[in-house]
Write a protein of this length. Structure first.
Length: 257
């Protein structure tokens, strides 16, 4: 899996971004809405123009089209094809690649088992819950065996319990499949639970990188909420959000409503 280096990245939001993501690392881009997190993710994916350079294993990929970057992308707003069944949605990328039918069927069946959605195989997106749609979208994203996975706040629209379950599943898939992962969130709890390392973005600039326990032990939890970092999941908006940072013995309470 590739080591990723961002060198002097500039565009309409990002300013002089320099960042390196190690092979198989789980890096979280953390910051408030409008900080430039999604824009930076799209830069890595090859979806928007930029100045500077994106390098995979030391080689520039700035001129590479999206499909040559071997990156899977799970968007915040799921884009499942409404006219295709769960099986057909997962198979879509493989068919676009021209894979033989037997290999497509084998890979889809493997992913149905891995994501524990075999019972959904003939359903359509309109018949799925939010969590089920997310698992189907994740299976479709990893079907072509990407070397890099990009996540743009994939759990933002889910209730607290579903989000926490899927967060565990994403982390498990990262360990088992070994792809380099870049995950965007403004949720304090997600960042701490998932990250090998955190890059903090504010106003289009990286203001801090480090291990999550080092980043968060110095942060005022009240300031996090006031600045829009920690609006984690819908079911928590009117309840106490409690996050225990085990390694630094900090207990953060943030009350909403």
């Amino acid at each position: 899996m590739p080591n990723i280096r961002l060198k002097n990245i500039n565009n309409f939001i990002c300013h002089d971004i320099n960042l390196e993501i190690s092979d198989r690392e789980f890096l979280v881009l953390w910051g408030p809405t409008g900080a430039g997190k999604t824009t930076l993710l799209n830069t890595i994916a090859g979806l928007i123009e930029h100045k500077g350079s994106v390098l995979f294993d030391g080689s520039p990929v700035d001129e590479f089209p999206v499909y040559q970057r071997k990156a899977g992308y799970l968007f915040q707003n799921l884009i499942l094809f409404p006219h295709l069944s769960v099986r057909a949605n997962i198979a879509y990328g493989l068919r676009v690649q021209g894979k033989p039918k037997s290999k497509v069927e084998s890979r889809v069946n493997e992913l149905l088992r891995l994501m524990r959605i075999e019972h959904l195989v003939y359903r359509y997106p309109r018949d799925l819950s939010g969590g089920e749609k997310q698992r189907v979208a994740l299976a479709r994203a990893i079907a072509p065996s990407p070397e890099i996975m990009l996540f743009d706040e994939p759990l933002n629209s889910l209730d607290f319990h579903t989000a926490r379950y899927l967060r565990t599943e994403i982390h498990k898939l990262h360990r088992e499949l070994g792809f380099t992962t870049i995950y965007v969130t403004h949720c304090f709890e997600e960042a701490f639970a998932l990250a090998d390392r955190v890059a903090v973005l504010k106003n289009g600039r990286i203001v801090r990188t480090g291990f999550p326990e080092d980043i968060f032990k110095e942060i005022d939890c009240g300031a996090i909420v006031e600045n829009g970092f920690c609006d984690c999941h819908q079911s928590n908006k009117n309840s106490a959000a409690q996050i225990k940072l085990e390694n630094s013995n900090i207990l953060c309470h943030s009350r909403r409503g």
